[in-house]
Design a protein around this ligand. Structure first.
Ligand code: TNX
Length: 542
């Protein structure tokens, strides 16, 4: 750490420099004042108090951080520079106008992801036990600052901020979305934008549904036909393709820098025709594992029917296949989880399979997640069950992620009758209000996750329309559980996000109660942090 006097010296030099440039003469018009009534923070912080006083920030600023908070200092500099501030970063504690501090002893008070953000007459102070907490403090600050920062159109020279105190701690550790890139493929660039958007709303888990009957979307070097052959299909009108391991790792690093963990799903033993096509030996004799027979290898499957394909569970060789695939996924996955699917199949050997697949995941040092059907089997107590209807009688006491279809299946319509949507779970679709009103009932719940299945989603604008703004409601109720029931108040905050969502190029669905432009006109696609990675993430995170 630098001694304080050297920082004071640096400050004096900077003040001198800035007065030489004449910036002390800046007129009032060049100051952008943030007004309390314009501030709309989502998810709603657990504690937020505005004071009546304000601070005008200088043009030249010292950003001060402790050694551990270096990556956070990089994020904050990017943000402040977009506000046209001149920023000089220096290591130290509370020695600047902007101050970042990680302090392990705050873990009791703030947990892994909580933070304190204070703006007072001395400056701005961001504190947390971890860089994850600071990252979220920076996202909050970003929501306080004007949206024009996002696309470099902020014209002012100085900022005036109201004094405030925020102490903010998430309720759930799992605040997720899922993208089905198997039915219709969406590639690296879209997924990175999706990560940017999730991070802005403090979401931290991205589940990728990588494999299904229609397509296999992740390169497995030990089983090259999975992508040579298995990636070629998609639903009718959907795109095919796959992520190379290099792309998967690039996405994962980009996400990790934003405190988002990628959860890869290899759906087994059903939903697996694309693998059965690539390696026909995984089928039973005469394809008796394909019932009803919707396609026969080497034919691709481009329909939408579910529950008709499975690995031949009487063949011991299928476990070599499972082991190769899981082993490779474990070796390229930084997060602790691998999702083994397990949905929608009937077979006497189903439970045996699930128990074995779970133990293979553990052999490779990871923890399994499965769709709730897997809890019919005596799986390990570390497995996490992802509930999509909540009706399975579990034989194990395990942690639960709620993805209940009546509230979180965003392949369902935003409003009744919306075209290209599924409706098997709820005929009228899943409205923004229904998402927001979800009430949790079970003490094992670790969080919420909203999936978009892509049987009827063929392009990025449609995928945006399914995710946004419903995902913002998920982000809020997963972070702050004191908000339930106050939908009107949520809407009054969400309304103010329209401009920012447009700048970020999000083709949102204009829910009527928001009064947003019907056509978001998403020509620009930007984000103040788009493409940015702090130094420490330029090395491998595996
Ligand atoms: C059920 S939920 C599925 C998916 C479909 C989805 C369509 C679950 C684990 N399986 O295979 O895409 O419904 O809404």
């Amino acid at each position: 750490m630098k001694p304080l006097h050297s920082n004071v010296f640096l400050f004096l030099v900077l003040v001198l420099l800035s007065s030489c440039k004449g910036v002390v003469d800046i007129s009032d018009e060049e100051i952008f004042a943030v007004h309390v009534e314009d501030i709309s923070i989502i998810p709603k912080p657990s504690e937020l108090n505005f004071r009546t006083s304000v601070t005008d920030f200088p043009v030249v600023n010292i950003l001060c951080f402790n050694a551990e908070a270096k990556e956070s200092a990089e994020w904050l500099s990017v943000l402040l520079k977009k506000a046209n501030l001149e920023v000089h970063t220096t290591q130290g504690e509370s020695c600047g106008t902007w101050n970042l501090l990680t302090d392990d002893s705050l873990k009791n008070e703030l947990g892994e992801e909580g933070y304190i953000l204070e703006i007072n007459r001395e400056g701005v102070f961001l504190k947390a036990a971890t860089n994850a907490g600071l990252f979220y403090a920076i996202q909050t600050l970003r929501q306080i600052l004007p949206a024009s920062l996002e696309n470099d159109e902020f014209q002012y020279k100085r900022l005036q901020l109201p004094h405030l105190y925020i102490k903010d701690i998430p309720k759930y550790s799992w605040r997720g979305t899922m993208v089905d890139i198997a039915r219709s493929f969406f590639g690296l660039e879209y997924l990175k934008s999706h990560v940017d958007r999730m991070a802005f709303y403090k979401m931290n888990r991205l589940h990728l549904h990588l494999t299904d009957d229609q397509g296999w979307r992740i390169e497995i070097k030990g089983k090259p036909e999975l992508t040579n052959i298995g990636s070629k299909g998609a639903v009718v009108d959907g795109n095919s393709g796959f992520l190379s391991q290099e792309e998967y790792i690039e996405l994962q690093t980009y996400a990790a820098a934003r405190n988002i963990i990628i959860i890869p799903e290899i759906d087994m033993p059903g939903h697996i025709y694309s693998a059965l096509l690539a390696y026909p030996e995984l089928n039973c004799d005469e394809f008796s594992n394909l019932v009803p027979r919707m396609a026969t290898p080497p034919e691709l499957f481009s329909g939408t029917k579910v529950g008709w394909s499975k690995l031949c569970l009487t063949k011991p060789e299928i476990y070599d296949f499972v082991s190769t695939v899981i082993g490779e996924m474990a070796s390229i996955t930084a997060g602790p989880w691998i999702h083994i699917g397990g949905d929608e199949i009937n077979d006497d050997l189903y439970e045996t399979f699930v128990v074995k697949a779970d133990s293979i995941v553990q052999q490779y040092g990871k923890t399994s997640i499965g769709w709730e059907e897997v809890t019919k089997a005596p799986v390990s107590s570390s497995l996490i069950s992802q509930q999509w209807h909540g009706k399975v009688q579990s034989v194990v006491d395990v942690q639960v992620i709620k993805s209940i279809c009546t509230s979180f299946y965003f392949d369902h319509a935003n409003i009744p009758g919306q075209v290209n949507t599924n409706n098997w779970c709820k005929k009228t679709g899943v409205s923004l209000e229904e998402v927001y009103s979800f009430s949790r009932d079970n003490q094992n719940v670790i969080g919420l996750e909203a999936p978009v299945w892509t049987e009827f989603v063929f392009d990025e604008d449609t995928l945006d329309n399914r995710f946004w703004p419903r995902t913002i409601a998920v982000a809020e109720i997963a972070w702050n559980t004191d908000v339930s029931g106050n939908y009107t108040e949520f809407i009054s905050r969400l309304i103010k996000h329209e401009g920012r969502l447009k700048i970020m190029g999000i083709n949102y669905f204009p829910s009527e109660e928001l009064g947003w432009d019907i056509n978001p006109n998403t020509k620009k696609n930007t984000d103040v942090f788009k493409g940015f990675i702090p130094e420490i993430f330029k090395r491998s995170i595996l």
